[in-house]
Design a protein around this ligand. Structure first.
Ligand SMILES: N[C@@H](CCC(=O)N[C@@H](CS)C(=O)NCC(=O)O)C(=O)O
Length: 267
């Protein structure tokens, strides 16, 4: 049986699972990410899923939210995405986190695909509705959300280039207000109904980062999303993966300067 610890390091919470029979070698207990030159991790112990993550990556957080919400036994290998080890491309061909690996050596990458896989293989109540129409509704809602997400990444691009972000932020607010109207018509506390579901978790990591993109105040103009945001803050998986804004900001400052150590900020 596995033993699970929760470690809180500089506001970053690590969920590490060690097996008495299969104590993971360097990675699972490692607090720093693996960078270029570091040896490839060994095989994944039986009964575990290994998640290749980066602490501050919103896409990686999606995977971690699902791993936690679905109570999956997993270990984490943190990868330095700013200075990647060569072997990482064998795990994730695009060189992106998240990716997961099973003890049979199956590899799955791209956050939405990873999350669907994790939800499908785990026993118990699924995060994605079984009903085809409800499932389609969640997917359509996410398509609307991606318009908001795309603008966040445009703002990120502008910040990287030291460009003015005011026009992009104004466009972002417009899109967020439109999205708020869509969410208001759902008339449910979570976007998929009365309990948290896959779409909520796919959206959350971007909302958690609103402050680093300088758009957190937009939530004051989007009451339904603001209410949803407050509700999501109470969710156990969100609480377990939450990174304080000041820690996010510390990472982000270094990240914008292209400093590879950014990914280990706070530890
Ligand atoms: N579409 C991918 C995006 C993942 C992604 O962009 N991850 C970033 C970290 S937040 C990464 O690994 N970047 C490394 C790189 O761009 O080389 C997904 O949804 O999983």
């Amino acid at each position: 049986m596995g033993v699970t610890w929760w470690w809180i390091t500089g506001g970053v919470i690590l969920h590490l699972t060690a097996y008495t029979a299969h104590q993971s070698p360097i990675m699972a207990g490692s607090t720093k990410s693996l960078a270029k030159g570091s040896p490839a991790p060994g095989p994944v112990p039986d009964g575990l899923i290994r998640a290749y993550l980066m602490r501050f990556c919103p896409f990686a957080q999606r995977a971690q939210l699902v791993l936690i919400a679905r109570e999956i036994n997993y270990e984490v290998v943190y990868v330095n995405t700013l200075n990647k080890p060569d072997w990482f491309f064998e795990k994730s061909p695009f060189g992106l986190v998240p990716a997961i690996e099973t003890s049979e050596g199956q590899l799955i990458y791209e956050s939405l695909i990873v999350c669907d896989y994790l939800d499908e293989v785990s026993p118990g109540k699924k995060l994605t509705p079984e009903d085809p129409f409800q499932k389609a509704q969640q997917r359509m809602l996410l398509e609307h959300f991606f318009k908001v997400e795309n603008l966040v990444f445009k703002i990120l691009g502008a910040l990287k280039n030291n460009a003015d972000t005011s026009a992009l932020k104004a466009e972002f607010l417009k899109k967020l207000i439109l999205f708020d109207e869509i969410v208001s018509k759902l008339n449910t506390p979570y976007v998929g109904g009365s309990s948290v579901s896959m779409a909520d978790y796919m959206m959350w990591p971007i909302f958690e980062r609103f402050s680093i993109f300088g758009v957190k105040d937009c939530l004051e103009k989007t009451p339904h999303l603001h209410q949803w945001y407050q509700l999501m803050l109470q969710d156990p998986a969100v609480k377990a993966t939450f990174t304080k804004p000041e820690v996010q900001e510390g990472f982000f400052k270094l990240y914008l300067q292209g400093i590879p150590e950014a990914v280990d900020y706070g530890i």
